[in-house]
Design a protein around this ligand. Structure first.
Ligand code: FAD
Length: 505
């Protein structure tokens, strides 16, 4: 069958996500489920700007056809929660204007974006987009973890021929693509998974592969390079009034390279998405593992010297922090994230087991511009919480800024050793309290690892299409653009194969 596709996803039987800690000392999360990050994320949906589309060289017409294809299937207009309204009004009060209303479009000022959650809390995910496929032509295998790609290396250029994957019982299988022209493998394992899989399959820096005795298929020193994460810093704002739960709905898009967003309230249990996100991005995906982190009593772990922060030490520490009171966190978070970070890092394999995380370094704030933007962001939050609109909408007792900053430092939400001046110096505060907004990207950059059509350089029949290919961050929250890109590349390929008149709906 010419259009027969097998789609593999490594849905884990125990958790939809896997925690990883970057070598910087920041906790992070990887989705391990069909639908990827859309199954564990905060749901905020917003398109990249038209200048971004121009900059990366996408066809704007096809981009503008591809975003709505996603939106009509899984995106809604949110019902604005009180905390989000308060932040919206306060943003306008402090000059992050104009108000652009509800829109998917990226515009300077304050706006309300889309969401993949229904009002009832039901989440839509990218997995639902599979409903648009012809069921005769697609097979989806879940609990199928790809170990490596296989190649025919007899010709001039290596040719991808298949994948080796393990099922839920640990049994190994090999799947081959058809020999027919046009058959290809698409790797869409995300910004950690895709560079990891290329490296495990022998595409990467030859010296690194040699150390792990991985047979070389194609030398490319850029695989795993240019890893970036948008640093996030949050300020917890305690208020006396009851605060309804909310995930991100409002965003302030400033011209200073920093975006302001917010979340609030608690879920009914430690496993709820509200708990994980509204509670300040201090815990990690839907994994139960790091719930302990969201309590301000947590502190001492970052006093453990980095080399002693073994998995066992962290687990033991976590066990002592399981039953911390939720009441300590009555209020909401206002967060700022760097839109387009300039700091860069890399990803390196630690071993040859695909189930183990590679070593990922983001080098947060190593570029001075990122630090300047962070300081700008904290200053905006400081004035926002003091604005009359915010105070009257939330019942917030104006606390000294230092007290607010202190609470964030004490929450100790990363493994970065703290300095004594981190509330006096906003630069130090940014460095010491950095966390992730999970918008990490890079590792298989266009032009370095893949060509502009997402074909892996130096080999045939292989493409990578996901956030690992982003050379620069879309600036705004990325899920819209990652899903759009999947549709965009698919339609482009179909049109090339079947002609412009291909009936693509
Ligand atoms: C907790 C969290 C909150 C977020 N909040 C938001 C938000 O509110 N708004 C927003 O726009 N973005 C948000 N994001 C970011 C967004 O979800 C990601 O940018 C996006 O999902 C990245 O898409 P991707 O396809 O590149 O990778 P992923 O979504 O990570 O998908 C990778 C897929 O590959 C699979 N995979 C990996 N390795 C293998 C293997 N070896 N074999 C088989 N399958 C494999 C995984 O199971 C997964 O399904 C959030 C992310 C997280 C984690």
């Amino acid at each position: 069958m010419q259009n027969f596709h097998i789609s593999l996803a490594d849905t884990s039987s125990t958790s939809a996500s896997q925690c990883f800690i970057s070598t910087d000392g920041v906790f992070n999360s990887r989705a391990r489920i069909l639908g990827g990050g859309t199954c564990i994320n905060a749901g905020f949906y917003t398109r990249a700007s038209s200048s971004y589309v121009k900059r990366v060289g996408w066809d704007p017409k096809l981009v503008n056809e591809s975003y709505p294809w996603v939106e009509k299937q899984i995106v809604q207009k949110p019902n604005l929660a009180p905390w989000q309204k308060a932040v919206r009004d306060a943003l306008l009060d402090v000059g992050v204007s104009p108000f652009n209303g509800f829109t998917f479009d990226h515009k300077y000022g304050t706006k309300v974006g889309g969401t993949i959650f229904e009002e009832s809390g039901r989440r839509h995910t990218a997995a639902e987009l599979l409903a648009s496929a012809n069921p005769q032509n697609i097979d989806v295998l879940i609990h199928a973890t790809v170990q490596k790609l296989t190649f025919d290396t007899r010709g001039k250029r290596p040719k991808a021929v298949g994948v080796i994957f393990k099922d839920e019982n640990g049994k190994q299988h090999e799947a081959f693509i058809s020999k027919r022209s046009g058959s290809e493998i698409f790797v869409t394992s995300g910004a950690i998974g895709s560079p990891q899989l290329l490296l495990l399959s022998g595409i990467g820096p030859k010296e690194d592969l040699k150390k792990l005795e991985i047979p070389l298929v194609h030398h490319n020193k850029f695989v795993g390079e240019g890893m970036q994460d948008n640093p996030m810093n949050t300020i917890f704002v305690p208020v006396k009034n009851h605060v309804k739960q909310s995930l991100i709905q409002t965003v302030g898009i400033t011209k200073k390279g920093v975006y302001i967003e917010a979340s609030s309230g608690f879920g009914q249990g430690r496993d709820s998405i509200q708990c994980h996100h509204a509670l300040g991005y201090l815990c990690f995906g839907l994994s139960k593992t790091y719930n302990f982190w969201m309590n301000e009593q947590i502190g001492q772990l970052s006093t453990i010297p980095p080399k002693q922060r073994t998995k066992e030490a962290i687990e033991a520490y976590k066990d002592t922090k399981k039953d911390l009171p939720f009441e300590a966190f009555k209020g909401g978070f206002i967060l700022e994230k760097i839109a387009v970070p300039k700091s860069k890092g890399q990803l390196k394999l630690i071993d040859t087991n695909v189930e183990n995380n590679p070593a990922v370094t983001f080098n947060y704030f190593s570029h001075p511009r990122d630090l300047e933007s962070c300081v700008e962001g904290i200053r905006i939050i400081e004035s926002l919480v003091k604005s009359s609109d915010f105070i009257s909408n939330t019942g917030f007792d104006v606390e000294s800024t230092e007290k607010l900053l202190n609470m964030s430092v004490k929450a100790n939400i990363n493994l970065i050793p703290k300095q004594t001046n981190d509330t006096n110096s906003l630069e130090q505060f940014c460095k010491d309290t950095v966390i992730t907004i999970w918008h990490y990207h890079g590792g298989c950059h266009v032009g370095r690892v893949v060509d502009p059509n997402y074909r892996v350089l130096g080999v045939d029949r292989l493409r990578v299409v996901d956030g690992s290919t982003f050379t620069i961050s879309p600036g705004t929250n990325p899920q819209a653009t990652v899903m759009m890109l999947g549709r965009y590349v698919g339609v482009k390929i179909l049109r090339e194969r079947l002609g412009k008149e291909a009936n693509v709906v």
